[in-house]
Structures are given as structure tokens and as C-alpha cells.
Design a protein around this ligand. Structure first.
Ligand code: FES
Length: 113
């Protein structure tokens, strides 16, 4: 795990940011004083969710075909994706944001890429 993987003060509100955590691409989204972490790879066609992804409420929308994934349970709320993405525990310690990719908070399958 190690880390920290990002600084809270450098994360823009509701703006997806990709970080590498132990070789796993992770999409971080700051919502106020909290940070959500999901696998960065869309379960539809492996697009990067942080690549121009839009945040709507508690979801991140894939910019390729528009599926939106819940940031807490990883479930897609709209087609074409039908498979959830992994979500991860985030630890905040002052400005330090640390993600534990060994501690998925749902049971979604890990994407291939
Ligand atoms: S690749 Fe994300 S919805 Fe198609």
C-alpha cells in the first residue's frame, strides 16, 4: 500500500484523477472533504474513467459510451456497462490520501487492464 497516493489539497472538486497504486490504475474523486476511489478501468471496453470522465452526484460517467458508475458500490446505473467496477478504501490523514487496493469494498471483478 505505502503511499500517500495524492494530496487532498491538489484534488479538484468532482474531478476524476488517475493515480497508480501498486500497479493498479485508480480513479480518485474528491467530494468535499471526502475522497472516493474506484478502479479506473470501465467494465464495458476498458476505457479510462478519469479520461474526461464527468462526475454526477455520487457517480462517474465514462466518457466513451456514457455508463455511470456509483462511487460507493461500483455499480453501473446506465448501459452499456453491466458489470460493476471495484471500489477501494481511502484513508485521509490531514492532506495525505492513501488508497488500499488490497482492500476492495465491494466484490466486483478486477478488469483485465
Ligand atoms: S468503455 Fe465505458 S461505457 Fe463503453
Amino acid at each position: 500500500m505505502a503511499g500517500p497516493h495524492a494530496k487532498l489539497s491538489e484534488l479538484g472538486e468532482a474531478t476524476p484523477v488517475r493515480v497508480d497504486v501498486d500497479g493498479v490504475p485508480v480513479c480518485l474523486v474528491r467530494l468535499g472533504d471526502t475522497v472516493k476511489a474506484v478502479h479506473d478501468t470501465c467494465s464495458h471496453q476498458q476505457w479510462s474513467l478519469s479520461d474526461d470522465g464527468m462526475v454526477w452526484g455520487n457517480g462517474v460517467e465514462c466518457s466513451l459510451h456514457g455508463s455511470t458508475f456509483d462511487l460507493d458500490d461500483g455499480r453501473p446505473s446506465s448501459l452499456p456497462a453491466t458489470t460493476p467496477i471495484p471500489t477501494f478504501a481511502v484513508r485521509l490523514d490531514g492532506d495525505a490520501v492513501t488508497v488500499d487496493v488490497a482492500d476492495a469494498t465491494n466484490d466486483a471483478p478486477f478488469p483485465e487492464h
